[in-house]
Design a protein around this ligand. Structure first.
Ligand code: PEP
Ligand code: MN
Length: 368
């Protein structure tokens, strides 16, 4: 190559390097503008995605195109830029949720009558369904004796078959109200319908939204609006982003008293009822400030797996576990294969190192 060509090449390459830098700066400037647009849209409740605007921008660019790139190439390049912007918008979407960890200090701690979720590990235990006042009282008394103050019990049961036991409904709410007044336990029950939110909120302390209703956005808004703590279960076919966005529906009502609950997802495995997604626990803890529980009963559907799965949940950083407990599991009207009897429940607490004084004393034969 001639010397003059050599130096021309070096100059041209130098110019290319400068243009590359300028394009990079402009691309990042564009990405920042897209995030600003997103903030304004979110403040004003405007839909984030606007395909009409994207097509208009492409048409405008092609109309100004003087080459040497063909119109098709210009469209291709800008489509790629738009796609990248959309991706950064979606990523920022999760990071900038009310409940996200980024930029905000501290974890959410739920406190009901002095009993906290989100600080020391907790157990929420109780029958799949409230079947009678006697059954519910028996469970509550056992829990309190074992130092467990959170009791679950279904009133409205979302059953796969319409012919299965559907729960006692309003009758169960009355029982749950009596149980909390009599024993002091903090109660949790599922609400399945916007029309019963007020009745459930009046009768229990924590409103549960079940797996099948995780994406029932009207229900999420309605439970959020009560201002009461909400235990939100992961949909069994929901991604973690979908789960966090469901929690955002509750949080947007001005209610950050949300407990997330991983309860197993649908996979090809047949040995268990669902597959416990243990990695959901640390991922959710990384991305949001909410307590994360694991329902070890519904995840497996098997009482023999409750102890190992509960240990795994706590090792993974869960704020606690939910477990089904029934005075006589064999007689239970629902989920009989997964409910623990009282002795099995006491073993679980001991295995988790969470047995209260009474249970520890019984275990050592030390009764004074
Ligand atoms: C329940 O906890 O009673 C229940 C039905 O759980 P899930 O919504 O997780 O199936
Ligand atoms: Mn159940």
């Amino acid at each position: 190559m001639k010397d003059s060509d050599c130096s021309e090449l070096a100059v041209l390459r130098g110019k290319l390097d400068v243009v590359n830098q300028q394009i990079l700066e402009l691309l990042n400037e564009r990405a920042r503008l897209v995030l600003d647009v997103q903030q304004v849209k979110r403040r004003n409740d405007i839909n984030m995605f606007c395909p009409g605007r994207e097509n208009q921008m492409l048409d405008d660019l092609v109309a100004c195109n003087k080459g040497p790139f063909s119109d098709a190439v210009v469209r291709q390049i800008f489509k790629e830029i738009f796609r990248a912007s959309l991706e950064s918008m979606q990523a920022a979407g999760i990071e900038s949720l009310t409940v996200s960890r980024s930029g905000k200090p501290g974890d959410v701690v739920i406190n009901v009558r002095g009993h906290e979720i989100g600080r020391a590990p907790v157990v929420i235990a109780g029958p799949c369904a409230i079947e009678s006042e006697q059954q519910a009282m028996e469970v509550a008394r056992h829990l309190v004796g074992a130092g467990v103050f959170f009791m679950r019990g279904g009133a409205f049961k979302p059953r796969t078959s319409p012919y299965s036991f559907q729960g006692l409904g309003q009758g169960a709410l009355e029982i749950l109200d009596a149980v909390r007044r009599e024993t002091g336990v903090v109660t949790v029950t599922e609400v399945t319908d916007t029309r019963s939110v007020d009745a459930v909120a009046a009768a229990v302390d924590i409103l549960q939204v079940g797996s099948r209703n995780m994406a029932n956005y009207e229900l999420l808004r309605a439970v959020g609006a009560t201002g009461k703590p909400v235990l939100l279960k992961r949909g069994f076919a929901a991604t973690l982003d979908e789960f966090l966005l469901a929690a955002e529906y509750v949080a947007r009502e001005g209610n950050e008293q949300i407990i997330l609950c991983e309860r197993g997802i649908r996979t090809f495995a047949r040995e268990t009822r669902y597959t416990l997604d243990i990695s959901a626990v640390p991922i959710l803890r990384q991305s949001c400030r909410l307590p994360v529980l694991v329902d070890v009963s519904h995840a497996s559907g098997r009482r023999d797996l409750v102890v190992p799965l509960a240990k795994a949940a706590m090792a993974a950083g869960a704020s606690g576990v939910m477990v089904e407990v029934h005075p006589a599991p064999a007689m239970a009207l629902s989920d009989s294969a997964q409910q623990l009897d009282f002795d099995e429940f006491d073993v679980l607490l001991r295995e988790l190192g969470m047995a209260g004084p009474d249970v520890r004393a019984a275990a050592t034969g030390d009764n004074h």
